[in-house]
Every structure is written in C-alpha cells, then in structure tokens.
Design a protein around this ligand. Structure first.
Ligand SMILES: Cc1ncc(COP(=O)(O)O)c(C=O)c1O
Length: 392
C-alpha cells in the first residue's frame, strides 16, 4: 500500500493517480507528450529480444499513454487498461476480442446506436449471432443464454433511455456459464460505478465525455478486471494495429484531474433540473435514475454512488415543429451529440432509438440533456422560457 492510500478519498486518489508513471519527467506535475513511431535500440541483438516493460514501437504507447492507462486503471480498479482512438472503437475492439467462431452474443437493447450498428453489420457478417435483450431482464437473462453464448454486452444506464441493468444478477448468470461480460460505463465515467468490483470482466469508457471534459478530444478505454483479461485485450489490440495518440492521451489525463469535481457539480445541477422537470405539465416522464419514481431507482441506489449530468425527458405529445421550436429556443444549451463536457447540450433522440427486445413505447418525444457547469438557475430559467413555445 502506498502512503497515499491512507488518504483514501476518491478525489485525492484521482489527483494523485499515476503521478509516478511519467517516465523521466518526475519533477513535472503533468507528463510531457512523448511522441514516437520509432523506438531506438542500443544493439542489433536487442531488436527481437522482447523483454517485459521494454518498449519497441510507438504504437504500443509511450510514457504519456502509460500514465493515462495507469490513472484509468486506478479509477476503474482494473488490472490493465487499453486505450483506443474513440469510445466507439473501445466498444468494437472489445466485442471483437471476446467473440468466438459461431458464437452467440447477448446485447442490451438500449446500447449506444453505433455499437448496435457494429453488432448488426460486422459481428453478424463474421458469423456471430447477435441477440438483444431487455435491459431490465436481470436474472431472466439466463433464459436467453445458450451453449455457444460467449459474451454479454451491457450499458448502464443506457445513454438515451436511462434503463439500469441489474449487474450482480447478470454477473451471476454469466459466471455460471463462463460467459464474458462487458459494460459501456461511460455514463458513470468510472466515478459513480465500479463494474469490475461487481464481477464484470471489462469496463469500457468513451473517455471523450467526462474524462476529457472539454468536448475537444476523442478517446476510448477498455479496463480489464484481471491480468488474463487484460492480456487478451492487449494482444487483440496489438493484432488489430490499435493505437491512441499521445497528444490526446495527455489531454484526457489533464481533464481527468478535475473530473471528480466536475461530476459532483454536474450531478447536483442535473438532479435539480430533473426534479424541476418533474413538476412541469409539458413533461410526461423524467428519465433520471436518481429520482425515486424512476423504475430502476433501487438498482441505481444499490450499485452506483451518484449520477452524472446526462438524463432525458419524455415530453407530452407535441408536433415536430413545436419540438424543434423548443430546442431552438434554448439559448444556453448547444445542440450536439457528444456529451459530458463543461457546456450544456440538448438533442432530440427518437430518430436514433432502435429497439427490438423491448420496443420503445413513449407518449411523446424523448429529449436528452447533458448538463454542464453553468449556473443551474440560469439553465432552469432558459428551459422555462423555451418551454413556453409549446404552450403557444
Ligand atoms: C454511451 C456511449 N458510448 C460510446 C460512445 C462513443 O464515444 P466516441 O464518440 O468517443 O466514439 C458514445 C458517444 O456518444 C456514447 O454516448
């Protein structure tokens, strides 16, 4: 145990994580950006004498990427971390790595749309049978498991519909059958949920979102629960030619240092806005798992230590023109897809909802908010003013 462990607090650990992993630049607060394709060897005989810890090629990372990997490993309680160039590539690489010939994969029906498109177009083309399941299946998922089921892919809560998976129940189902479990843990950012400690094999991050925090970098991370899972993923990443830029790794690690305080603030603001929406006549339902009336609130309370700044609402029926007028009338919310940055965003989601296992059945349009660091009362005033267009 390092002397820092005695402080124990999550914020302290995040600030100090991997500060001794930055190679020669130990006297600098942040690791320098080490850029390299070529790594030079002292002697010809060293070229093929691979030794653990001795780097051979820029694709496998430098001290900059290593520092980020170590910090994410600490955050996720992981045995190893693989960086990828985007969050989506972290999902696709890990899915391919755990796929098996003629295998069957179970995918939560609420996963991120482009991950779903990958499953439908690439996994199936490779002979893998993809089956979606109700995100609320829990222990009932056992009924969909087969002898050839090789992986279960989760996302909790789903980033549009905010359904929460029952992780311990699903881990139990998977462990009894030797099935690998993976989760897209981007919503909780590894801060509010530690899936690996609950027995999930891989926790995946779009570090593009909260880790980076400033809406200007793409990066993914795959955190593995044990050494064997980490080795498998490292090996696969190596075979696939995976590489993540050191400049981007630098920015992500820089962003991560303040992720804890940003998330605490975004949590408070998002919850206040969600509660405010609950009292509005224009709103049919607020999809935020920290609200007691959310159908998965008890699961969320059991497994998560908090909630990030992303939630959705279902409006009462309005015309498409009214919906667009409401979104366009918001001054403080940008209209944009990525989320988790310091600025607030809004999107209409219905065109990207693709469901087969649990059909999406809502009385009105689904609108998603990513709450940033602006003053919460300013955000509420902005929404209140914009909502008035629905009553005209
Ligand atoms: C839940 C979730 N997972 C993964 C991704 C993909 O991340 P990236 O944009 O870095 O590819 C996103 C992007 O919006 C997301 O919302």
């Amino acid at each position: 145990m390092s002397h820092k462990d005695q402080y124990g607090g999550a914020h302290t650990r995040l600030v100090h994580a991997a500060r001794n992993e930055q190679g020669a630049a130990k006297d600098l607060v942040n690791p320098p950006v080490e850029r390299a394709s070529t790594v030079l060897f002292d002697k010809a005989e060293d070229l093929y004498a691979f030794k653990p810890g001795v780097r051979t090629y820029g694709r496998y990372g430098t001290a900059t990427q290593n520092a980020l990997c170590a910090a994410i490993a600490e955050l996720e309680c992981a045995a190893g971390v693989i960086l990828t160039p985007s969050g989506l590539s972290a999902c696709t690489l890990s899915l391919l790595a755990v796929s098996q010939k003629d295998g069957h994969m179970l995918i939560s029906d609420s996963i991120y749309g482009p991950t779903r498109a990958f499953c439908d177009n690439i996994l199936t083309k490779n002979g893998i049978e993809v089956e979606y399941f109700d995100p609320r299946a829990g222990a009932k998922l056992a009924e969909q498991c087969r002898d050839n089921t090789c992986a279960i892919f989760l996302e909790s809560p789903g980033s549009l519909s905010l359904e929460v998976n029952d992780l311990p129940a699903i881990v139990d189902v998977a462990k009894k059958r030797d099935i690998t479990t993976l989760i897209d843990n981007t919503w909780a950012a590894g801060w509010f949920l530690k899936p690996l400690t609950l027995g999930i094999d891989y926790s995946i991050q779009a570090a593009t979102k909260y880790h980076t925090g400033h809406s200007d970098v793409l990066m993914g991370a795959i955190a593995a629960r044990d050494k064997a899972s980490a080795t498998l993923m490292h090996e696969y990443a190596r075979l696939m030619g995976n590489a993540a830029s050191p400049d981007d790794a630098y920015l992500v690690l820089r962003g991560m240092r303040t992720m804890g305080v940003r998330l605490e603030r975004q949590q408070d603001s998002a919850l206040k806005i969600a509660q405010w929406f609950s009292g509005r006549d224009e709103v049919a339902q607020v999809l935020h798992p920290a609200l007691p009336e959310h159908p998965d609130h008890e699961l969320w309370k059991r497994d998560f230590t908090g909630a990030s700044g992303l939630f959705s609402i279902i409006l009462n029926p309005v015309s498409q023109d009214q919906l667009h007028a409401f979104i366009d009338a918001l001054d403080l919310f940008g209209i944009g897809f990525s989320w988790g940055g310091y600025e607030s965003l809004v999107i209409q989601c219905d065109p990207q909802i693709k469901r087969t296992a649990r059909p999406w059945d809502a009385p009105g349009p689904l609108v998603r908010f990513s709450i940033g660091l602006e003053g919460v009362d300013d955000l509420i005033a902005d929404i209140e003013r914009a909502l008035s267009v629905l009553n005209r």
